[in-house]
Design a binder for this molecule. Sequence first.
Ligand code: LLP
Length: 381
Amino acid sequence: MQLTTNSLNQLPTPCYCYDLSLLRSTLNVIKEETKDYPFIVHYALKANANPKILKEIVHAGLGADLVSGNEVKAALDAGFAPGMMAYAGVGKNDWEIETGVDNNIYCFNVESVPEMEVINEIAARHSKTAGIAIRVNPNIDAHTHRYITTGTTENKFGIDIPVLDEVVDKALSLPHIHLRGLHFHIGSQITDMEPYRLLCEKINELLDHYEGRGITFEMIDVGGGLGIDYENPEEHTIAPFKDFFDVFKQNLNTRQGQKVHFELGRSIVAQCGALVSRVLFVKENSAKKFVILDAGMTDLIRPALYNANHKIVNLTSQSASQASYDVVGPICESSDVFAQDLALPLTKRGDLVAILSAGAYGESMASRYNMRDLPHCHFIE
Ligand code: LLP
């Protein structure tokens, strides 16, 4: 993404800067890669629900993948079509289900029989039929961080395959439920395509099995999770969408008329956002030099929560010499660290620093801990 100090000098910090032209290029690649296939891409709002970002994504014609009643409302406000909305999550409140039913969303991704029964009841009360997909736990290890692996039997998500038949039968028996298909999601920040190939094999087996029982599905939702390059974001500004969609084009045996839905979050928005921060102080003790930023874990929690590595650049310093710094935030927690022993050009108070690849799960996970203000936002056209 394009960041220059001249354009940013006046910015209030910490500030999320979004490169909208990079977002548009990313969306164009998705459009190109999916255009000749029965593929429908939903954007996972949890990655970033900033209204200006949502507007671009609506404009590109994507659907929405939602995980709360408020996300359903945000998607409606942004102009996503209800017929392109999927609402997932292991614990949905009644008012959240009602919001989906009232607005005729395309489907609820259902994670348990009790949830299905409640959706049936609420839909009946509203004299409606609710579309659902059953979330299946395919027991595939996505080889990613343990906090963002979702598709193994150790996780709380989805229905295990040995009991899937019963759950499908149950869905078919409920009068206010319309079973549209099966839903899968194996994890996030997945950079090896092999788990997706294994997922296709699992889905093919299930499609054969249900066809044998005379049951066909109008759609299969394969979830999201495509990873991005946090190490070299400037080289890989756009995620490897071709490799990702090719796996499904080549390995999934979809049936006549069947649609394949995707739920991508990170890969759409991560690289178009950077968290720009000012250096408050540079402090040295006997062991280390610290760069203390005005941004902290309240603005970007990923390093503290997942040990995530975001590339950090000093946008101001012209110095040819470098020093090794720990880059930290101002929060009263020892985990409020963005990088340790990082080589940066000589850095001083007032310098602007950018933490890259922060467009996904950055602003959306910000908190007001320590009674801090939420970060500012700035858009580069
Ligand atoms: N669908 C479902 C059912 C999900 O649970 C998720 C993400 C997505 C789609 C979108 O996944 P994506 O394409 O963005 O990987 N806060 C963590 C990531 C949590 C992901 C949760 N689920 C992080 O900062 O890495």
